[in-house]
Design a protein around this ligand. Sequence first.
Ligand SMILES: [Zn+2]
Ligand SMILES: [Zn+2]
Length: 92
Amino acid sequence: MIGRSKQLFIETRRGGPGDRDQHTDGFICGHCRKMVTVKPFTDPVQANGFCSTCMSVVCRECSAKQTCTPWEREMEQYEARQAALRSYGLEN
Ligand SMILES: [Zn+2]
Ligand SMILES: [Zn+2]
C-alpha cells in the first residue's frame, strides 16, 4: 500500500463534557507542506493525489499541476535566484 507513510496523521481530540470527540484524518502535502484533512474513511490518495516522483501524498492543487516540485526544491530555487540577483548587482 503506497503512500501510507508518516505523512498521514489521525488525530483524536477529546472534547469537554458533553462534547463529541473530534476526529480528523489528514496528511501533509509532500509538495507545498499544506495540512489537508480528509473525511473519515476516505483514502487521502484517492481524494487528493499521489506523486510517484517523490513518493508523497499531495494535495489536490499540487496534484493538478502534474509536476513534482517539493518545497525543499522550491526553496533552493528561490535562494539560487536571490544569489543570482545579488551577483548581478540587481538587488534593490
Ligand atoms: Zn500541495
Ligand atoms: Zn513530487
